[in-house]
Design a protein around this ligand. Sequence first.
Ligand SMILES: [Zn+2]
Length: 122
Amino acid sequence: MTASDLEAALAYLIVKVLAGNKNKILAIYEYLVLDKSIREVKEKYGFSKSQIKGWSYRLMRYRGAKKLLAKTINDLLEIEPIITKDNICKICKAQISDPERHVLKHKFIVNRHIQKILEKLK
Ligand SMILES: [Zn+2]
């Protein structure tokens, strides 16, 4: 896994967590890493098959992403979301409609978490 693949894969995952979508990460993890059936994951989390496959394939574009997810799942789940359940951003207090896109406006937070996890992986 190249350094840029590693960072891009982490950014993809961290954005979802910061946006308050830990269940998406868990669904991807159980499908890809724990090798559960798509049906089981779908029923557990209430996402559609195409959503789960779509997120998983997007992540798998980065070489080594599956191993990375296996190693970092606990650190990812410890990250505190910056978007509340009512879609308010804790950083700028704005009411938002697209949490994952909004998180990218606070790129420094995404980068800080990437660096923290990279440190742990060393
Ligand atoms: Zn904000």
